[in-house]
Design a protein around this ligand. Structure first.
Ligand SMILES: NC(=O)c1ccc[n+]([C@@H]2O[C@H](COP(=O)([O-])OP(=O)(O)OC[C@H]3O[C@@H](n4cnc5c(N)ncnc54)[C@H](O)[C@@H]3O)[C@@H](O)[C@H]2O)c1
Length: 375
């Protein structure tokens, strides 16, 4: 099945921006964990696109996912590609991969705050044990590159003087707070990866994404973009917690995937890179208004206090310093927020999952008040 038109355009745009660097992948084997997640499915789509259009010799892709939050639907055109293999596998256990592997991407994890709070142990284990198992596998192979998915959350709630936040900022993170299972396990996965690089020469590159969004996000994902998207399309209220002044920057999926692939193919071993968009730091209130305005469905912004279940310690500002990835890897985000939100809504408006039941019908236990996470 061919992907929806918006996603086909996205895959083509990513392939075009990567250009001839993609040839590195010809005839190689890539193992990706979390291949059924939001970012993982785009990776698979890009590899399948490259196999169809660009590479003289296809790359072989093994996707390992335990579907704890992932999507079993093999959309994005990968079902037609015999070189892409999707397997059930839990990365907290050693993976029985016997064939040689050239690239490893560790993207498995619990990325949405609602889910990492529901599954804190699984969050820690997928980050730390997952990294350990994949690094061990990497150590036994003549690996070209290992890409670890960390997060901008490792910076915690940064000192205002360190926003935009460079890779050198050490972070302001609680080891016992409600977000610690995610933030601290990502930090330890980074440390583990650096040790494997230093001790065993595993060519580790770390990416720290800053709020990536785009088509393919599940409506029940509970991150802010799909939540606002779902509620906008249904003409429901757009909940903004507190004073709505907390800010984020949002990076459209084509820019983010380009950054991740650049880090995978050309990043310097042992280095961490911010990947995001520094163009528009926006408050949650402004973001909700943008959705309401673009959607034109009558959805209205509603300010409300934080529910008791809302995790404390929400970072007040989040904006990447992109100097390092710009200068070292020639990364440049191109998609402005309005265009990205338009593309996202264009895709979602064609998706039965977004246009079907209301939030209350979908998940009564979680429905009121809708907890919009600024992640
Ligand atoms: N999307 C973002 O904006 C963002 C920002 C910062 C960091 N990240 C990180 O990037 C990675 C991918 O993010 P995403 O948005 O695609 O997340 P996602 O939640 O959509 O996908 C993660 C995938 O990992 C799978 N998974 C979880 N535990 C697993 C395990 N033990 N074994 C195998 N599979 C497992 C899930 O089933 C899911 O398919 C995550 O590690 C996330 O923490 C993403």
């Amino acid at each position: 099945m061919r992907p929806p038109p918006v996603i086909q355009e996205d895959l083509a745009a990513i392939a075009e921006t990567i250009g001839s660097a993609a040839q590195e992948l010809a005839g190689k084997t890539v193992l990706i964990s979390g291949g059924a997640g939001f970012l993982g499915r785009y990776f698979l789509g890009v590899f399948a696109h490259l196999n169809r259009r660009t590479l003289g010799q296809p790359c072989r892709v093994i996707s390992a996912d335990n579907y704890i939050t992932g999507d079993r639907d093999g959309a994005f055109g990968v079902n037609d590609d015999p070189n892409v293999l999707s397997l059930w596998a839990d990365v907290t256990l050693p993976l029985p991969v016997r064939e040689p592997v050239d690239y490893i991407i560790h993207a498995a994890g619990l990325a949405s705050p609602v889910y990492y709070q529901r599954y804190p142990l699984e969050t820690i284990e997928s980050a730390v044990l997952g990294a350990k198992n994949l690094l061990e596998l990497g150590r036994r192979n003549a690996l070209k590159s290992f890409l670890l998915f960390s997060s901008s959350e490792i910076y915690g709630d940064p000192d205002p003087r360190s926003v935009p936040t460079p890779e050198t900022y050490c972070g302001n993170v609680s080891s016992v707070g409600p977000r610690a299972c995610y933030d601290e396990s990502k930090r330890l996965a980074e440390t583990l990866s650096i040790v494997y690089h230093q001790q065993f020469g595993v060519p580790v590159k770390i990416v720290r994404p800053f709020n990536v969004y785009g088509p393919g996000m599940r409506p029940d994902d509970r991150r802010v973009m799909p939540t606002f998207g779902l509620r906008t399309l249904r003409g429901e209220s757009l909940p903004v917690h507190g004073d709505g002044h907390q800010t984020r920057t949002f990076c459209y999926i084509t820019d983010a995937l380009t950054g991740f692939l650049k880090a995978l193919l050309a990043g310097r071993p042992g280095e961490a890179y911010n990947v995001g968009n520094d163009d528009q730091e926006i408050t949650m209130g402004e973001l909700a208004s943008l959705f309401a305005e673009i959607g034109g469905t009558g959805a209205r912004v509603e300010t409300m206090s934080y529910p008791d279940t809302y995790p404390a310690g929400e970072p007040q500002r989040r904006c990447p310093d992109l100097k390092k990835i710009r200068t070292q890897l020639g990364y440049e985000p191109k998609v402005r927020l309005r265009e990205g939100v338009l593309r996202f809504l264009q895709w979602a408006s064609q998706e039965p999952a977004y246009m079907g039941k209301t939030i209350a019908e979908r998940a009564p236990a979680d429905a009121a008040p809708a907890r919009t996470q600024a992640a």
